[in-house]
Write a protein that binds this ligand. Structure first.
Ligand code: PLP
Length: 421
């Protein structure tokens, strides 16, 4: 395809007439499609329905009746499954409730209120700053913004956060207390951190003694095209002598039922002891019935791995639809670039600077809701107004094809408008 950026004004104007016609045709279809959030489709969720069949045994392996009070940190057999699945010792895992985001918020609050390792609680400090690799997950940024931290954007590279930037920032400024990380099939770019990135995060010198990595491995077992191995951050921190640096989060939200799965926080022995001390006051225990349901349904870590292959088969045609349509309609156009993820839930695209909001607005007017432009950046402000997150999981392949055809028209329309300015 000829690059739009190399066209003359007259050629662009001729293209604009064509594109406007196509855009109007889409508007006339009265579409109503949503590609905004990474929700699994109903037919995907159905694969976990077996878990909702009536439970006949309410007892854990050790005889504990899960219908009653008891056990703060999770059923041993639930811990064993996560331990095997994620290669983390069971003793370093606390099984939480229905959402890992809740555990992240609670962990951040514990640092704000109580601090860690005898350092001043973050809430008593004049200023707390947090590193936010972007594009990233909007709800991470919202947690730290809500608590009044200053958010510092760090660029993403194909190997994870730009570690030159990160190392320089954390070495110089002791008010920088931590970093958000989605290490595998990141939201939204699908980037997998390289071993070097993991090692540098684990071993870098930080001015803050209580610097913390919030390691959200939300898509840790979610391959679609290729199962990528990412180095274990807890092991890397231990090797580097920074045992307490990382908190590791994971959940079954995108395995069984979003918002009704099982979550974990994992960390060093000291951190786990510190967390339990406060958690004991917070709750008698999380939902063990749901934990046992998960154990009975999957049986072991291999049960989860097999289930993830079924889910990958559901997602694959959807991701192919997005990637093939981008390729067919826009490769070489000079109007857009994108990442090809190997797993996860999203495809991230960058349109011409100054065009993302316009593309989202044009799609909305024609009946397709996309993730808001800017959502992938701290304070919802994309400095280039360029990044858009596409979430292919919810619509059917047919709906997705329509939505993507329209999306490509919107990218062309907004791009031509910008080039003609
Ligand atoms: N972390 C990331 C990176 C996500 O993309 C999501 C959901 O989209 C979550 C966490 C939410 O997880 P949970 O449902 O366990 O709170």
């Amino acid at each position: 395809m000829e690059s739009f950026r190399e066209m003359s004004k007259e050629e662009l104007q001729a293209q604009e007439v064509e594109v406007n016609k196509k855009y109007q045709e889409f508007k006339d279809l009265d579409l109503s499609l949503n590609m905004a959030r990474g929700k699994p489709a109903p037919d995907q969720i159905d694969h976990a329905n077996g878990m909702l069949e009536t439970m006949t045994d309410y007892h854990a392996k050790d005889g504990l009746d899960v219908r009653n009070y008891g056990v703060l940190d999770g059923l041993p057999e639930m811990k064993e499954i996560f331990s095997d699945l994620l290669d983390i010792p069971a003793k370093n895992i606390i099984v939480g409730g229905n959402a890992s985001l809740n555990l992240m918020f609670d962990q951040m609050m514990r640092l704000v209120v109580f601090g860690t390792e005898g350092e001043k609680p973050w809430g008593q400090l004049e200023k707390v700053k947090f590193l936010c690799p972007a594009p990233g997950y909007d709800r991470h940024f919202m947690v730290t913004e809500t608590l009044g931290f200053e958010l510092i954007t760090v660029d993403m590279t194909p190997e994870g956060p730009d570690m030159d930037q990160v190392e320089k920032l954390v070495a110089e400024d002791e008010s920088i207390k931590g970093i958000w990380c989605v290490p595998k099939y990141s939201n939204p770019q699908g980037i997998c951190y390289s071993d070097e990135t993991v090692d540098r995060l684990a071993s870098m010198k930080t001015a803050a003694k209580d610097f913390r990595i919030f390691w959200d491995n939300a898509y840790g077992v979610h391959p679609i095209f290729e199962d990528v191995k990412v180095k274990n951050i807890l092991d890397a921190c231990k090797e580097a002598g920074n045992d307490n640096r990382a908190y590791y989060f994971f959940s079954t939200s995108k395995i069984t039922f979003p918002g009704a799965g099982v979550s974990i926080i994992a960390s060093s022995d000291d951190n786990i002891a510190e967390i339990k001390k406060v958690m004991t006051a917070q709750t008698i225990g999380y939902d063990k019935i749901n934990q046992l349901r998960h154990v009975q349904f999957f049986k072991n870590a291999d049960g989860i791995r097999k289930h993830m292959q079924i889910l990958a088969d559901c997602l694959k045609p959807k991701f192919e639809t997005v990637l093939n349509t981008l390729d067919k309609e826009l490769a070489g156009s000079g109007l857009i670039s994108w990442e090809s993820p190997k797993g996860g839930y999203f495809v991230s695209v960058d349109v011409l600077p100054g065009c993302a909001k316009r593309v989202v607005e044009l799609a909305k007017e024609a009946g397709v809701t996309l993730t808001g432009a800017g959502a992938t950046y701290p304070y919802k402000k994309d400095p280039k107004d360029s990044n858009i997150r596409l979430a292919p999981s919810y619509p059917t392949v047919e709906e997705l094809q329509q939505a993507m055809d329209l999306f490509c028209v919107c990218v062309k329309k907004a791009g031509i408008e910008k080039l003609l300015e």
